[in-house]
Structures are given as C-alpha cells and as structure tokens.
Design a protein around this ligand. Structure first.
Ligand code: NAD
Ligand code: TYD
Length: 340
C-alpha cells in the first residue's frame, strides 16, 4: 500500500509512521506536514533514510499540492494534521477552524476527485463533550463539543461522514482518548509535567485537579488505527481507549512518585475556561469488531514514557528552547519541497 499520512511530524502521526514502517515492510509512506510549532522532523530521524518513507512540507489546505501527491498512486489517506492543543484554541481559535475544518474538507475533496480507496479521519473523544460521574462515550453518544478545538474536530467529523453519505466516499473515523508517550510536545499535561520535574520546576495543575482523563499509550493507538485502516467498515466511527481513567491530581502524584520528586512541586493554578470535567471512552466496538485491545497498562506506559524523556533530554530541550524551529526555518522553507 501507499499511504499519505498528514501531520506525520507531530506526536501521534510520527509514532504511527514509525509503527507502520516497522509492521508493514514494503508499504510506502508519504508524510505531508507544514511543520507548525508542533511538527518536528527530529521525531523521524531514525527513518529519514528509509526508501519507503518520504517527507513533503506543505499544507493540507493546499488543494493543488494535495492533488499532485494523490496522483502518485496513493491508496489511503490518514489525516492526523490538526491544531491540537485546547489551551491554544481558547487563545486563538481561527487557525483551528482553518486547519481542522477547512483543511479536512479540502483534503476530502482531493481524495474524492482521485478516488482514493480509504480515508481515515483521526478524531478525538473530546467531540462528545464532558461526562458526569457515570457512563462512558460510545460511538452513538451525541456530539457536544465545548472548546474551539473540540468543536473544530466535531465539524470535521460531520463533514467527513457527510462525504460518505453523499458521495459514497470510503471514510472511517477514529475517536481516541488522551494519548501519551515519546515525542509528545511538552505543552500537554504529561510531557510538560515530566520535563518540568526533570528541570526541578513546578508542574501547573488546573483548577481543583479533579478533572478526569482516560489515558492510552500512543503505540496502542497506532495499532488500533492500523486495524481500522485494514479492517474497518466504511462510514463507521471507532472509539479507541484503554480504560485508564484518572483524575489529573492522581496522575501527577503517580508521576512525581515514579520520578522520586516531592509532591510540593505540583502547583494549583487558575482553571482552564470551559474545562471539561470527565472523559471516558467505551472501546467495545473496536475491540469486538476489529479484535483490538490495548497492550500497555498505565503504570508500564508511564514508566516507559518517563524513561524516554530522561534518555532524550536533547529532544525536549531543543523543543522547549525553540532551537528545533530555527533549524527548520533554515532548512525547510520551500513550500512543497520534498526534503527527505
Ligand atoms: P500534534 O499537534 O502533535 O501534531 C499535529 C501535526 O499536524 C504537526 O506536525 C503539525 O505541523 C501538523 N499540521 C498542523 N496543521 C497542518 C496543516 N494545515 N497542514 C499540514 N500539517 C499540519 O497533534 P497530535 O497530538 O499528534 O494529534 C494528531 C491528531 O490526533 C489530531 O488530529 C488530534 O486532534 C488527534 N488526537 C490527539 C489526541 C492526543 O491526546 N494528542 C487524542 C485524540 C485525538
Ligand atoms: P491536555 O494534555 O492539554 O489534554 P486535553 O485538554 O486535550 O485533555 O490536558 C490534560 C488534562 O490536564 C486536562 O484536564 C487539563 C489538565 N492540565 C493541567 O492541569 N495542567 C496543565 O499544565 C495542562 C497542559 C493540562
């Protein structure tokens, strides 16, 4: 197969590319990413010389570029490209609407025109909104997004499903809970906490710390997406989650303990506006229909992740200092340039 992975220089996209190249020898992967602050080709250094992998710097909203890429025998599009951080969406929603909504629609149009045989839209459990203390999100839970980020992702989901109904496009959607693992940008809770603790700094905890998230190790998500790509039914949504619900305070206390740091480094700060109280995913459909189950317990995943950030200080120090961006500005400025 030849895959177009968009947003492949980000956290989940790069982990997915590494997973696919390891598990599907012979597959060709084109990574289209416009390298926003969240895109980092250093995540993919280990495969930059692989003849089955290529990188193109460009925007999913650039219809001509996407059309040219799809002309080269692409079988499937897996769309990870997005603005992905809730706090940024509160400060500056416009780029979220542009990339997550308009970008997805343009990508869908190009895929429709070229009769691509599979289009996987990578979505999030946040489209379902916030839960009380009971119940979990299923694929039929009504969408009730509360942040500009989740509203933009819910819009993209609706448009993608409409393209399936109206144009019979082979669209499939994955909705995943909070991912964690190597190469996650240190603005999200876990990499921010781990790297701050490694630097001896405080870890900001929003509000009362009792918001609940449902955590999944990123490689388990990659495996589920691989199954959706190969075995999923067109027009269907697949929830992906590992059943690891935790309050933020409890999660941070575990991290602090695993790292041998004092709990006093956890600092309560002002809450995020519109902060969703609880997410919890019911992944039964994906488990029953596709034979998937998560392999990584939260305890093992956290140890692996902490270990990775301890051993890869240069990676996150370059991200935190902004050095990685300077490098790209110098080397990867030409639009659409094939660089790896
Ligand atoms: P990320 O922010 O780490 O990566 C996003 C990538 O998309 C970056 O490499 C960025 O450069 C690229 N990008 C942004 N705009 C682009 C554009 N217009 N054209 C081309 N590339 C563009 O995000 P992530 O955490 O890896 O998330 C990937 C996908 O998974 C997103 O769609 C997100 O909504 C979804 N998701 C993430 C999580 C999570 O916990 N991180 C959970 C559920 C779903
Ligand atoms: P985050 O990693 O931003 O993911 P999301 O908002 O998509 O769930 O945040 C995870 C949880 O941690 C969320 O409840 C907000 C909270 N949080 C903090 O308490 N402190 C922080 O510094 C950050 C970034 C998040």
């Amino acid at each position: 197969m030849k895959l177009l992975v968009t947003g492949g220089a980000g956290f989940i996209g790069s982990n997915f590319i590494l997973y696919m190249l390891e598990h599907h020898q012979g597959y060709d992967i084109i990574n289209l990413d416009n390298l926003t602050y969240a895109g980092n080709l250093e995540n993919l250094t280990s495969v930059s010389g692989n003849k089955h992998y290529s990188f193109i710097k460009g925007d999913i909203a650039d219809a001509r570029l996407v059309g040219d890429i799809l002309n080269n025998g692409v079988d499937a599009v897996i769309n990870f490209a997005a603005e992905s951080h809730v706090d940024r969406s509160i400060l500056e929603p416009a780029s979220f609407i542009r990339t997550n909504v308009l970008g997805t629609q343009i990508l869908l149009d190009s895929a429709k025109e070229k009769h691509i045989s599979r289009f996987i839209q990578i979505s999030t459990d946040e489209v379902y909104g916030s839960l009380g203390t009971e119940g979990r999100f299923t694929e039929t839970t009504c969408l009730h997004p509360n942040s500009p980020y989740s509203a933009s992702k819910a819009s993209a989901d609706m448009i993608a499903l409409a393209y399936h109904e109206t144009f019979h496009m082979p669209v499939l959607i994955t909705r995943t809970s909070n991912n964690y693992g190597p190469y996650q940008f240190p603005e999200k809770l876990l990499p921010l906490a781990i790297t701050n603790l490694l630097e001896g700094k405080h870890v900001p905890l929003y509000g009362d710390g009792l918001n609940v998230r449902d955590w999944i190790f990123v490689t388990d998500n990659a495996e589920a997406i691989d199954l959706v790509l190969h075995k999923g039914r067109e027009g269907e949504v697949y929830n992906i989650g590992a059943g690891n619900e935790s309050t933020n305070i409890s999660l941070l206390k575990t991290v602090v303990k695993l790292m041998g740091k004092p709990e006093s480094l956890i600092t309560y700060v002002k809450d995020r506006p519109g902060h969703d109280k609880r997410y919890a995913i019911d992944p039964s459909k994906t488990m029953n229909m596709l034979g998937w189950s998560s392999r990584t317990s939260l305890d093992r995943g956290l140890k692996t992740t902490i270990d990775w950030y301890e051993k890869n200080r240069e990676w996150w120090q370059r991200v935190k200092s902004g050095e990685y961006m300077k490098y790209y500005k110098k080397n990867y400025s030409a639009k659409g340039l094939k660089t790896q």
